[in-house]
Design a protein around this ligand. Sequence first.
Ligand code: FES
Length: 70
Amino acid sequence: MIVCVCHNVSDRAIRAAMDAGATSLSEIRAQLNVGACCGKCLPSAKALVSEHHEEGAIRFTALRRELVAA
Ligand code: FES
């Protein structure tokens, strides 16, 4: 799905940037130019960043539980 129409940036590209180490909307903006034109994509991009952080927190919690149980 295209998130930023102005710069042709997909949700996959944003997820790939976060998987490669980007941790904030600012970093995503700097790398992919998301939101650098009309800005209509920023709420969707921000939601993807938040979703990525929540998924990371869930994975961390699951890993922590496994380590405590071991
Ligand atoms: S849709 Fe992303 S800057 Fe316009």
